[in-house]
Write a protein of this length. Structure first.
Length: 281
């Protein structure tokens, strides 16, 4: 296997989102998106820290996906969905033509850690009906290496021969890895996909590159068949690949469309109540 080279190493700086500190490796001034991936937020609070989650807010034109690593998160939306996903699971929502949702911690006295990833929707599907797809930990596809040092959960597409539950609107492969020190893995990547890793913690030795520490996203060039690495210490990783849409992106807050006119229409539709109403319980 020809391993891919690294195009960018993006450290997840701490930024403020409505007064809440989160880590954001991208977008940055140099890397606006890793098409079709638009934004990554890594949030972590420990028991007792003040965090009430995010109240009712709208989305249109993309899929906000929450990967839960610690604690439990409750999702409610204007289409009547109401579910709790705990550590090891995800909440995948195709916002489509518009939906209002909230995400709240179930227990504010417990640790909570999650990644929210925004995945762009193809122009042809931006006005589809919204769809909410919860995946519990036990519903994920499971990969375990022969030496038990590499464990992965697959949520969409196919990774290491294991398929995920989510049928995405464009070709996406999504998995989380939990790797013990010394664990080695080689992951094939479709030739026409962009790919990145995000290390929540730990450190790896990446073939052809070297040491990568936690809180970094590694973006790969489309010049090889896959990637390979060895965990230097216990490490948790989000692994994503996706076929680029190569479409114009125009965004404003929670709306991601293809033209400025479509953004104005989204704002109008939200104000007129066309994305529904959510009264949290």
């Amino acid at each position: 296997m020809k391993t891919r080279t690294v195009s960018h190493l993006l450290y997840a700086e701490v930024v403020s989102m409505g007064g809440m500190p989160i880590r954001q490796p991208f977008p940055t001034n140099n890397v606006q998106q890793i098409d079709p991936f638009l934004l990554l937020h890594h949030h972590k609070t420990t028991a007792g820290e003040p965090f009430e989650g995010v109240g009712a807010h709208p989305h249109r034109g993309f899929s906000p996906v929450s990967f839960i690593f610690e604690g439990s998160l409750r999702h409610q939306d204007s289409r009547g969905n109401d579910s709790v996903i705990s550590a090891g699971g995800i909440q995948w929502m195709n916002a489509g033509m518009g939906i209002i949702h909230s995400e709240r911690p179930v227990n504010t006295d417990a640790d909570l850690e999650l990644i929210q990833l925004w995945i762009n929707t193809p122009a042809a599907h931006k006005m589809d009906q919204p769809v909410y797809i919860p995946v519990k930990s036990e519903e994920a596809g499971i990969f375990t290496s022969d030496d038990k040092r590499v464990n992965a959960k697959v949520f969409a597409g196919e990774v290491l021969g294991v398929k995920g539950k989510v049928k995405s609107l464009s070709p996406i492969n999504a998995a989380t890895f939990d790797i013990d020190a010394g664990g080695t893995v080689s992951i094939p990547i479709p030739a026409d996909h962009n790919a990145f890793l995000y290390l929540l913690d730990g450190a790896i030795i990446l073939d052809g590159y070297g040491l990568v520490d936690g809180k970094n996203a590694v973006v790969f060039t489309r010049d090889g068949d896959g990637i390979a690495f060895t965990a230097k210490e216990k490490t948790r990783i989000l692994f994503m690949t996706g076929k680029p849409l190569e479409e114009k992106v125009v965004s404003y807050g929670p709306f991601v469309m293809n033209t400025q006119t479509q953004i104005m229409e989204a704002m109008r539709d939200y104000q007129m109540g066309k994305m529904g109403v959510l009264i949290e319980s």
